[in-house]
Structures are given as C-alpha cells and as structure tokens.
Ligand binder design. Sequence first.
Ligand code: AQP
Length: 324
Amino acid sequence: MKRAVSGVQPTNNLHLGNYLGAIKNWVELQDQYDSFYCIVDLHAITIKQDPKVLRQNVLNVAKTYLALGIDPNKSTIFVQSQVPQHAELAWVLNTIAKLGELERMTQFKDKASQHKENINMGLFDYPVLMSADILLYDPEIVPVGEDQKQHVELTRDLAERFNSAYSKTFLVPEPLIKKEGARIMGLDDPSKKMSKSATSANNYIALLDSPEVAAKKISKAVTDSGSTIESGKDKPALTNLLTIYSLLSGKTIKEIEKEYTGKGYADFKKGLTATVTEFLSDFQAKFNALDDNEVKSILEEGNKKARAIAEKKMVDVKTKMGLI
Ligand code: AQP
C-alpha cells in the first residue's frame, strides 16, 4: 500500500481551514493509503507555549482527528516528540539544507514578522524538521493546504540531494493539494489565509466554537460589492464563503449559486450558518464523547508503530553517512 504522511500543530484551536484544506482530505485518503497523521508538537514550540496548555492541545488535536473521521484502525495517529528520529533526521538534513533556501520560506518570513521578540533558530529550521517528519516514512503523497507547498518542495529537494550524495535512501514525495479548500481565507480579510494565530477571532471559525459564536462570525464576515450570490475572481470574500458552504454541504458551488438566485446576502448567510452549525454540532458531539484514556492509548499505539519505521530509516541514513 502506498503511504501518506501529514500533520497539524497543536497550537490554539483548529479551524475550518485546517479541516477543509487538510484533515478532510486525510479522511478520504485513509482507505487507499497507509496513512500516518502526526501531531507536530516540536513545531509548536517554535512559538512560545504554556506547557500545560500544550499538553492539553496535543490531546485535543488527537481527539479532533478522531472526531473528524480519522480511524485508528486504518491510520496511524502519533505525536512527533515521541519519535526521537524526527529531531535526529532534522539535524542530518540541516547539514545539506542551504541557508539561502531557508531564507526564502514565506512562512518563516510571516512568522518572524509576527513574533519579532522570538525569532529563534527552531522557527528558521521549521521546514527542515518538516522534511524529516515526511522523509522518515517514505510517503508517496503529503496531503496539505496550499500554504505548505513550499515546504514540501524543499522536502523533495532535500530528498534528491541526499539520495544523490549517499545513494537512494528516501522516496521523493508529491504534495497533494486539492483545488477546492486548499486556501480557506480569513472571514475578516479574504486576502489572507484563515489562521489559528490571527489577531482577531473573527478571522476564523474554530472547530470548537459554539454554533452561536460561529453564527456571529458569519454575520460579521466581510462580503464583496454587488448583491448577487456568485463566485469569481473579483469576489474573493463571497468565493471563500461559497467554498466553505460547498465543502461542508457536499453541494457544488454552481448548485448553491442557483439556490440563491434572486436572493441576497442575508439569505445566503442564513443558509451558510445552518450548514456550519450542523457540521460543528456533529463534530463537537463526537469530540466530547471521546475518553481521554482511550485517546492516550491510541496515541501510544501510534507512537510505537511510527517509531518502528523511523528507527529503521535512521539506521539506513546513519550507515550510509558513516555514522555507525
Ligand atoms: N487557511 C487554510 N486553508 C487551507 N488549509 C490550511 N491549513 C492551515 N491553514 C489553512 C492546513 O492545515 C494543516 C495544518 O496546519 P498547521 O497547524 O500545521 O499550521 P499552519 O499551516 O501554520 O496553520 P495556521 O492555522 O496558520 O496555524 P498557526 O496560526 O498556528 O500557524 C496544513 O496542511 C495547512 O496547510
């Protein structure tokens, strides 16, 4: 079976962008791929975290995966810091990654400007650790949102560079970025992606937002000029809302546009709110029903499975480099 690998940072609350751009696709892939879905806590600490909150967030991300439909009988769910080979391979890859290519990473530039007081080496090195997360498992595909494309391209470059220096060791993976939902935009600013760390909570709908809070955010969401419900390049706000509506309801954008012909924004937002409410209520009921100890034992199992693969890969890497 071919393999898929991806992950989410346990930072703040996961939002509709994380679901529609990444996790929704993981659920669809788990029947065709041997899937490894990681909780990337070592990435999270590149921004200052409260240890207690981080510990809880790791568990919450695991619960989120499960409640959204990741099935532990089909997919491996694990925690990055519990597999030491991620950090070990990152160090090795650091010796072939170039300063110039890391300086070009847009996520680093964005985060560095958001966190001027804490531009640490880990933040700069984030894409190399992400390359290690992926290459340890030889996946064919890496299902991510659009914002991670540049990092997967770096991963491919590092894999090829290592392979040509030390003989074929890593599979060169392909990013899997779906056309729809790959970049869900902020509800308060459709020129920027929906983000957990946005300064205003009106930017995102968190998966744990109550339906009332989500309804308020939708009512405040910016719209474009004009009054017809149509998507288009000149209507970025409406196109974004239509994309969310379409992906959550299973209707095509064309079908939704037809449904709202002759109607205005108020009706459209009412329909969108109903769809979002249904989705959130269903998700939250599943999330709240999960037992902490059961989730912890799913993670333990996943950590063990991931470790076995990662250990083998690191032996291969070290042998080829003359480290043992
Ligand atoms: N707005 C988005 N639209 C589509 N996909 C998105 N992803 C993130 N935002 C969007 C995808 O979600 C996966 C996990 O993301 P992450 O937690 O590793 O971090 P991120 O990309 O940095 O997401 P955020 O929300 O912006 O988090 P913060 O603010 O904490 O940095 C990835 O596959 C990503 O592409």
